[in-house]
Write a protein that binds this ligand. Structure first.
Ligand SMILES: [Zn+2]
Length: 339
């Protein structure tokens, strides 16, 4: 990547180090910040290949893993945290993350088991057949090895500041894509380290995730798309010139991109309302009408998408949710004919 934008970020001492992942999303962007402490934002998945490439990328900037002094984590997805334990152990770096992420990373195995249990309950509750749920669960457990936990030595409060020698980063909690998405705002340079909150070439999926404060009851699922919209609305206000994302190229005109995301959400909600028709349907049935077989192979992802839009339609009063003996069905609220 050698766009003028990356050159400008590099001039500010921020270098993009794209690291391979085994996932559909492709490479994940880690960022090296040449400052005191020497800082790495996000880590790549826990694999030898990712570590090799990360070391090569650091070497291209004359750095080694051992020299890292601070590792900053934007959220708990495995392509961003996988190498955190290895890097922390080898470098002795401090690990900074949103305070509410400390418990999650500190007891990673238990936290991900609870995530899996929540996802299973949610999928069954929304009409995904048992055999698909079980198949997905084994895929998810196989993926767990790409992640890792660690001790967060510097928990960050939402709204606090992370001060390095040459820059100060505002810590802003922006739930949506994940419940703990955190962005880091350099107000002086008008530069935003955005993680997966905003990605240029793909709309970030607002995945339904276990609420970390509650008891993980699938009936009390968080409304991920609604919180994502609130988060994007807040980010839209930042006078950002450059957003450095967790995947893909930097974003310049973030307001236009956010407006495109909002327009897509409206179109999708209208389409789902149309697909719902007059018969009540489960969110999984709607996902199949929308995406066909993809709703089976990517059942959790498409379920999250549909639920997010149904939440919006429920708030508008166009749809209501009802519980049929433990399975949730949605129905269109018929507008009474004008008399
Ligand atoms: Zn992510």
């Amino acid at each position: 990547m050698s766009s003028p934008l990356t050159a400008e970020a590099a001039h500010a001492g921020v270098h993009c180090l794209p690291v391979p992942t085994p996932f559909l999303v492709g490479r994940v962007n880690c960022y090296l910040i040449e400052d005191d402490p020497l800082t790495l934002v996000d880590c790549g998945p826990n694999s030898g290949k990712a570590l090799d490439e990360l070391e090569r990328a650091l070497a291209a900037h004359g750095r080694t893993v051992e020299e890292l002094e601070l590792i900053v984590v934007t959220h708990q997805h495995i392509d961003h945290i996988g190498l955190v334990e290895v890097l922390q152990r080898r470098s002795g770096a401090e690990v900074a993350a949103l305070d509410r992420l400390s418990g999650y990373l500190g007891d990673y195995r238990r936290a991900t088991e609870l995530d899996d249990e929540f996802a299973v309950a949610l999928m069954l509750r929304h009409g995904i057949p048992e055999e698909i749920v079980q198949a997905l669960r084994s895929v998810t457990s196989a993926f767990r090895g790409w992640g890792s936990g660690t001790t967060v030595t510097r928990p960050l409060a939402d709204g606090s500041q992370l001060a390095l020698r040459d820059r100060t980063l505002d810590v802003l909690h922006r739930p949506g894509h994940s419940p703990l998405d955190t962005i880091f705002w350099d107000a002086e340079r008008e530069l935003l380290l955005g993680g997966d909150h905003l990605i240029k070439h793909i709309s970030s999926n607002p995945l339904v995730a276990r609420p970390l404060d509650g008891d993980g009851d699938a009936a009390a699922r968080p409304q991920a798309l609604r919180s994502y919209i609130a988060s994007l609305t807040a980010t839209r206000e930042l006078p950002a010139r450059i957003v450095l994302s967790g995947h893909g190229e930097p974003v310049t005109d973030h307001r236009t991109l956010i407006d495109e995301r909002f327009a897509l959400t409206e179109r999708r909600a209208a389409k789902i309302l149309k697909l719902l028709g007059e018969e009540p349907a489960t969110a999984h049935e709607l996902a199949q009408r929308m995406w066909g077989n993809v709703a089976v192979t990517q059942a959790f992802l498409t379920l999250s998408e549909v639920l997010g839009h149904l939440d919006l339609l429920c708030v508008e009063g166009a749809v209501r949710e009802r519980d049929d003996a433990g399975v949730v069905r949605f129905e269109a609220v018929l507008q009474t004919a004008a008399s």
